[in-house]
Design a protein around this ligand. Structure first.
Ligand SMILES: Nc1ncnc2c1ncn2[C@@H]1O[C@H](COP(=O)(O)OP(=O)(O)OP(=O)(O)O)[C@@H](O)[C@H]1O
Length: 108
């Protein structure tokens, strides 16, 4: 639980993703998504959360190892971890569009 608190307290991007997840859950509830649609939406949320967790772990370990010294391998590790979050976020956007756009078109 301390780790989750640390993520929320220190990672601004993680907080942004949590807000997006809460909005998606609220919209999904309002649109009364099917169980299949909920599976995809919750998968997308968890993929982003896991990517954020891994990114934070990599940042912490790299900082522990090299501190504030410039290091090409440290840069690579942090950039790849951040790239993982970007890929996960892209996956979530694709799922969000595929699930929510058809549902919203039926409402409006
Ligand atoms: N020790 C280092 N050596 C070389 N480049 C580094 C080092 N530390 C960070 N960087 C580069 O600076 C960028 C930003 O690093 P930083 O540790 O501030 O993470 P961040 O991406 O700002 O994470 P967050 O905003 O989630 O805290 C990294 O993506 C990396 O390219």
């Amino acid at each position: 639980m301390t780790g989750v608190y640390s993520l929320v307290a220190t990672e601004r991007n993680f907080r942004k993703h949590i807000v997006m997840a809460i909005l998606a859950l609220g919209l999904g509830t309002w649109l009364q998504l099917s169980i299949n649609e909920w599976l995809w939406v919750t998968l997308a949320i968890f993929v982003v959360v896991v990517a954020e967790v891994l990114n934070t772990v990599v940042e912490a370990i790299v900082d522990l190892l090299v501190g504030h010294h410039y290091d090409a391998e440290a840069k690579k590790a942090k950039d790849v971890a951040a790239g993982g979050v970007l890929i996960a976020a892209f996956f979530a956007v694709v799922i969000g569009c595929l699930v929510f756009i058809p549902e919203l078109l039926q409402v409006f």
